[in-house]
Design a protein around this ligand. Structure first.
Ligand code: PMP
Length: 400
């Protein structure tokens, strides 16, 4: 017998499987609401014009080479990432209490962050929202956290935040638990706490000695405004928390396959920053050894040049506004058909939890060629002015 004869087939990753089925579907009406990426009103991927610009400049630049970057990443990129998330005037920035490690996307940032907390600080209990992006559990599991707990988040009946459940779960969490929080545009529900609710969550987390880890994959996507979307993270810094933030540029720069992220760490004292960085260096060395350079070059060039940065913010607003328009349009169409889907307007960012049940989702996939996750999560950018009538009518049929 061969070594591999007893290897079982692993379960498929739902979102990629869904996209494969969509591709094979030959129906002209087919719509992909599953994929977690931006699409134009033509249903196409979008390379941001500012990214095209910088790539052209880069191709012509004879001074660039393919030497290894530092293990912890490109310095001007890391600094720009920190300032984008926290703001230049952040007390953590002005007091040199923050640094970042370049990571392979938000996923890589979560990976090295979870690794550090488990293996350097001995944290063993991690809280993730119910529901959350599937990789939170997957990464925590593969790093051997002994308790992965889901905190209440989604109120299924009222289709909003289950704030009381969320607070109660934090109140009962053991000290030194890691709490994974979505900074904005919660994936998959699209529901974020209000500022007032964040204040209350922060108060509990301080009192209970819980460690915040912000997952920041959608800065700029929730409201179109970078500062607005970073508010919870900045507020926690102001309140004096020591914490981690996993930053991704996959969505807000449309650099999905370039793997551009940062693990940002904030300490109460500047003297611990070099220590943390040196430990992170060892984790990175044994994980991917060196970060890639193409994506971080683009991001650093844009963030460190005022006119390119303006252009980027305009591109970002184009994406955020299209999503807002699709939310409004879906709401309007469904209203005409007799449904009141207030939640699609209230929800933020790329995703919506529609409240459609498994049976209704199956109907849309199998009968209407509209691909969405079995949880009822849809990517709002899969909607266009062209397919909106078809999708709204199909949802109406699924509901009645
Ligand atoms: N966190 C959340 C909540 C996400 O939705 C994503 C992207 N799907 C990520 C992190 C990380 O994405 P990436 O590794 O592609 O940067």
């Amino acid at each position: 017998a061969g070594w591999f004869n007893n290897v079982d087939l692993a379960p498929a990753i739902e979102v990629f499987q869904l996209t494969a089925r969509y591709r094979e579907d030959t129906d002209p009406h087919k719509v992909n609401l599953g994929v977690g990426a931006y699409r134009t009103d033509e249903g196409q991927p979008w390379v941001l014009p500012v990214v095209r610009n910088v790539e052209a400049m880069k191709a012509a630049d004879q001074t660039l080479n393919h030497e290894y970057l530092p293990i912890v990443g490109k310095p001007d990129y890391r600094k720009a990432g920190v300032e984008l998330l926290l703001g230049k005037a952040s007390p953590a920035v002005t007091q040199n209490r923050v640094d970042a490690i370049q990571a392979l996307g938000g996923t890589g940032a979560l990976r090295i962050g979870f690794d550090f907390l488990k293996n350097r600080l001995g944290m063993d209990v991690i809280y993730i929202s119910k529901p959350t992006w599937g990789n939170h559990r997957g990464i925590a599991k593969s790093l051997g956290y002994s308790k992965i707990v889901e905190y209440h988040y989604w109120n299924e009946e009222k289709m909003c935040l289950n704030f009381d459940g969320f607070k109660a779960d934090l109140e009962s969490a053991p000290p030194k638990s890691v709490i994974v929080l979505h900074a904005c545009a919660h994936n998959p529900t699209g529901v974020d706490p209000t500022h007032e609710q964040w204040e209350q969550l922060a108060e509990i987390m301080k009192r209970k000695q819980l460690f915040p880890l912000f997952d920041c994959a959608y800065q700029g996507f929730a409201t179109g405004d970078l500062d607005n979307d970073a508010w919870p993270v900045r507020r926690f810094v102001e309140l004096g928390f020591e914490m981690f933030a996993a930053q991704s540029f996959s969505k807000n720069f449309g650099l999905y396959n370039e793997r551009v992220g940062n693990l940002i760490f904030i300490s109460s004292s500047s003297s611990s920053i070099p220590m943390i960085r040196s430990q992170m260096e060892i984790i990175v060395r044994t994980t991917w050894s060196n970060p890639p350079s193409h994506g971080c070059h683009i991001v650093a060039t844009v963030l460190n040049n005022p006119s390119l940065r303006d252009e980027w913010e305009t591109n970002l607003k184009t994406m955020a506004n299209r999503i807002l328009q699709m939310r409004q349009l879906l709401f309007d169409k469904l209203k005409v058909l007799g449904h009141r889907w207030q939640h699609v307007i209230d929800q933020k960012g790329m995703f919506s939890y529609t409240g459609l049940n498994k049976q209704q989702c199956d109907f849309l996939v199998n009968r209407k060629h509209i691909y969405l996750l079995g949880s009822g999560r849809v990517n709002m950018c899969g909607l266009t002015t062209k397919n909106m009538d078809y999708v709204a009518q199909a949802i109406h049929e699924a509901l009645t």
